[in-house]
Design a protein around this ligand. Structure first.
Ligand code: 13P
Length: 297
């Protein structure tokens, strides 16, 4: 069932668990996420990074949306980290259920103006918007942000930003990084508490690959209700493909695709378990169209 991103996050928040949002690049990624969610009766999200969108284009978006529609569990589909108005327009026209308008690389005032404009555009089409203030460090799909230019989210600024832009969900930077953690992860939980007090929209944590279980649970208890996961799933895929190609036992391309799906599915299942969303599919039964007309009409 194609589901509203906002309904997934609000229900998860009310019931103190989180939604796993997994970056996908192709058929195998989509199958792995949907198969894991269905097997575990869990809601989940499929996310397309701008690099995946530019590589896979509308056929990849259509694949994600169709997989969500025909799934037996609630699945939402989001454009991740977009700084591009044309990409956001493409995502909206294609019917993705949410977009991340990511003005965080810009100076604050420009982030505010970009996010406000993209939120107006998205809301006019009944689509939900995630935004970010602060700036997360690390590497994702070739884009590297150094620790020096990373910036933690300021709670007072976060409140002002959410009020001024009208965004529906907020990604926070509290020590989380994209890609591998080079040293022991350290999250600033007092900052998360202060952000939670200042802001009433659902909170999102990027860079969930490599975060220990205790940090995930503490983040959920303190109000995070969506985690973004890319690196660990992508690594499982690449590792499995490399092994498959070198193995004499694998005879056919579809066999190595199936193995790669199984490897990614195992990682996704482990994350759904950590996020506490296993067995929660039945809590999210509002169809997408009904939810959107209640919010925007
Ligand atoms: P990781 O690659 O660290 O899991 O982060 C993914 C992410 O935040 C996507 O937006």
């Amino acid at each position: 069932m194609l589901s509203s991103t906002l309904e997934l996050l609000e229900t998860a928040r009310r019931n103190v668990y989180a939604i796993g949002a997994f970056n996908v690049y192709n058929l195998e990624g989509v199958k792995a996420v949907v198969a894991a969610a269905e097997a575990q009766r869990s809601p989940a999200m499929l996310q397309l990074h701008p690099s995946a969108l530019s590589f896979g284009g509308l056929p990849l978006v259509a694949l994600c949306l169709e997989a969500a529609r025909t799934s037996t569990v609630p699945i939402a589909v989001q454009l991740d980290h977009s700084t591009s108005e044309p990409d956001i327009r493409t995502a909206l026209a294609a019917g993705m259920t949410s977009i991340m308008a990511d003005g965080s690389p810009l100076p604050y005032e420009e982030n505010l103006a970009f996010t406000t404009a993209m939120t107006e555009l998205a809301h006019a089409q009944g689509t939900i918007v995630e935004a970010e203030i602060g700036r997360i460090s690390g590497t994702e799909d070739g884009l590297t942000i150094s620790e020096k230019s990373a910036k933690m989210t300021d709670p007072v600024q976060a409140a002002e930003f959410v009020r001024a832009t009208g965004v529906d969900t907020l990604a926070v930077t509290i020590g989380n990084v994209h890609g591998e953690y080079r040293s022991e992860p350290r999250l600033d939980f007092p900052r998360l508490v202060a952000i939670r007090r200042a802001v009433d929209v659902p909170l999102v944590l990027h860079g969930a690959s490599g975060l220990p279980a205790a940090m995930i649970s503490q983040s959920i208890e303190l109000g995070v209700c969506k985690f973004n996961v890319n690196t660990e799933v992508r690594q499982a895929y690449m590792h499995s493909l490399k092994q498959g190609i070198c193995s004499v036992a694998i005879k056919d391309l579809v066999d190595s695709m199936a193995e790669a799906i199984a490897a990614m599915q195992a990682v996704v299942t482990e994350k759904l378990d950590l996020f506490g969303s296993i067995g929660k599919a039945h809590l999210h039964q509002t169809p997408y169209a009904a939810m959107m007309s209640a919010r925007f009409n």
